[in-house]
Design a protein around this ligand. Structure first.
Ligand code: ATP
Length: 603
């Protein structure tokens, strides 16, 4: 059997590159700069100390774009082998791992030039000696090699020039304006000088110093300057980053605003100084949504497109390292700058809360510092855990509103009615020494002071009479002493009652089929849930009501008005029955005030 080498259909491969691998034809320039930089690095390995890349864009005087370098160059044998063999690269080491000082590794980069031109012409002279060579590759898959001699050869210095004549449609990508902007975007931080030759013949050096490569040695102002450009606004703060195992350094900019929920901030990533991606998702842990990073790395591995990173253990290690830096920042804030921590939490609390619900790392970090509203003012969870290891909470804002007045100051109730609060409070038990439990209205009421034994009889009588006065309103009465004494009564419900009440409100508004259905759901049964009116034994008015020996005509309307007042104070919605009761009770009170019998209406 005869073995035959595979045939490569070059147009098909180029099509594949342009459609499926690269984000667009503009990457041709990145690939050329990268090859030039690698060639200079290779020559520097042999003791050379110079290095310059020159790019001449397409212009009024020439339809050709030229990228020249004074790197290692290629001899005749290397040209045929390296330039014309798809997938062959000089830059992989023996273990097939990318070398940290070389950018290329796949042996396909040069083909990207076919996305804008039908021919690639390479003039090259090896630094190791030998005659220069011209290599001509064509998009139809053929190439030719021509050794140069005489004056033609004398004109070719050590290094390589790549010459492209872009197709008319693609020429704009090789114009001075595009070349300047692409070269800056991709390569302004490369450690090699890059000049763009302008139409007037003058060179513009595009190199800039990357502040994020060595952030520890930069001033805060320098770091913030870059951050301002990156975020388009003043960063909240700049956090220097370093993950030495993967040669990654950079800066995380804390956003001064809350990003949309769930949005992980994409990072700007440079590989060996060359832009890999302006917006890479996978670099940060999920909970790092509150920063936008810029990093340079030498130890992470690009995919063939060079626009993403391979999700391998190096990336995972880097993610962990960056997470650790963010965690350190938060802990430092908590320890040394609590006011800044509070400002940070005020901006990002919703996002932090949403992620801490399911992310252990963030929960452990942030929970102690989260602030909650309680019946005794606001406090952080750490403060609450220290003062009240057994903590009770209300699970809705409604519930909090009605339970808060019942809570003793030494046993406050936490408002866990806002989004994420309840699951976070429950999680707090894993990270802080505390037990949290949902507060129960009747238990709280039981904890309130019972009136003294000597007055029990009067209290029981008052409860019975008030019960009777409220019977048709599905409300029971109870008497306790609580602060402040000016409040005559509180209305207390448990969750079932609140739910039933809400359905009744809807039914009243809905009418028709829906209304009928809902009202049937709640048609008062013997065991129908009842709210409770808790009368305050410390209140003068309540005592006076209790003191009325006879069933005075004012008792029932007074209790019913107290009931409606308590509902309103607790911001409960009034049902139709409640409104009816109020109108009727007020009518009777007005009659009593002017000395008329209830029925006496006509003159
Ligand atoms: N300017 C240059 N100077 C010297 N050699 C070059 C130059 N450009 C390309 N080469 C040689 O041609 C080979 C193939 O280049 P190509 O850009 O296709 O792949 P690569 O750079 O090795 O890898 P990648 O696909 O990751 O870019 C290189 O490995 C290098 O040996």
């Amino acid at each position: 059997m005869e073995s035959t080498p595979f045939q490569v259909h070059l147009r098909g491969v180029v099509e594949l590159l342009s459609r499926s691998i690269y984000s667009g034809p503009a990457v041709y320039l990145r690939e050329l700069i990268q090859n030039a930089a690698d060639a200079i690095a290779a020559r520097r390995d042999e003791g050379y100390t110079g290095g310059l890349i020159t790019i001449t864009p397409v212009g009024p005087r020439s339809r050709e774009l030229i990228v020249s370098d004074n790197g290692i160059g290629l001899d005749r044998g290397e040209v045929a082998e390296l330039l014309a063999t798809v997938g062959r690269s000089s830059k992989r080491d023996l273990l097939d791992m990318p070398r940290s000082d070389r950018l290329g590794q796949f042996g396909i980069g040069l083909l990207s030039c076919f996305m804008i031109a039908d021919e690639i012409r390479v003039l090259t002279r090896s630094a190791r000696g030998g005659d220069p060579v011209e290599w001509l590759g064509r998009a139809d898959g053929t190439f030719s090699v021509r050794p140069l001699s005489g004056p033609e050869a004398d004109a070719v210095p050590v290094g390589t020039q790549v010459v492209l004549a872009p197709r008319a449609d693609d020429a704009p990508l090789a114009s001075e304006e595009s070349v300047l902007s692409l070269a800056r975007d991709y390569a302004e931080y490369l450690p090699v000088q890059i000049d763009v030759i302008r139409a007037d013949g003058r060179a513009t050096r595009i190199n800039e110093t990357p502040v994020f490569v060595d952030p520890q040695r930069r001033t805060a102002e320098e770091l913030l300057d870059y951050g301002r450009e990156l975020l388009g606004t003043e960063p909240f703060e700049a956090i220097p980053l370093a993950v030495p195992v993967t040669g990654t350094t950079g800066v995380a900019y804390v956003l001064p605003y809350a990003p949309p929920p769930g949005a992980r901030q994409a990072s700007r990533v440079y590989l060996g100084g060359m832009l890999l991606s302006p917006a890479l998702d996978e670099l940060l842990p999920e909970w790092g949504f509150f920063v936008r990073c810029v990093v340079n790395t030498t130890g992470l591995h690009p995919t063939a497109s060079r626009e993403a990173l391979i999700d391998d253990s190096a990336l995972e290690e880097t993610r962990d390292g960056l997470g650790a830096a963010l965690r350190h920042w938060v802990l430092q804030l908590a320890a040394t700058r609590p006011a800044t921590l509070n400002r940070f939490l005020a901006v990002h609390h919703l996002g932090l809360r949403s992620v801490a619900v399911h992310d252990d790392e963030l929960a452990a970090l942030i929970l102690p510092h989260l602030r909650f509203e309680t019946s005794a003012g606001t406090a952080t969870l750490r403060e609450l855990a220290a003062a009240h290891p057994h903590l009770r909470y209300a699970a809705t804002v409604d519930e909090f509103r009605q339970l808060a007045p019942l809570a003793r100051p030494d046993a406050p109730i936490v408002n866990a009615g806002h989004v994420y609060d309840e699951p976070l409070l429950r999680r707090a038990q894993e990270f802080l020494e505390m037990v949290v439990e949902r507060a129960d209205a009747s238990e709280l009421m039981d904890a309130l002071a019972e009136p003294p034994l000597a007055e029990r009889e009067a209290v029981t009588r008052l409860e019975r009479r008030a019960d009777a006065a409220l019977a048709d309103l599905q409300c029971a009465a109870t008497v306790r002493g609580f602060a402040p004494p000016e409040v005559p009564a509180l209305y207390v419900t448990d969750q079932d009652v609140l739910g039933a009440q809400r359905r009744r409100d809807v039914a009243e508004g809905a009418g028709g089929l829906w209304g009928g259905l809902l009202s049937r759901l709640d048609s008062p049964a013997a065991d129908a849930p009842r709210g409770k009116l808790c009368l305050n034994w410390n209140n003068r008015l309540v005592r006076t009501l209790a003191g009325q020996e006879q069933e005075g005509a004012g008792f029932t309307p007074a209790v019913r008005v107290l009931y409606v007042q308590a509902l309103l104070a607790g911001q409960h919605a009034l049902t139709r029955a409640d409104r009816g009761a109020l109108t009727e009770a007020m009518g009777r009170i007005v009659h009593l005030a002017v000395g008329l019998e209830p029925g006496e209406t006509s003159a």
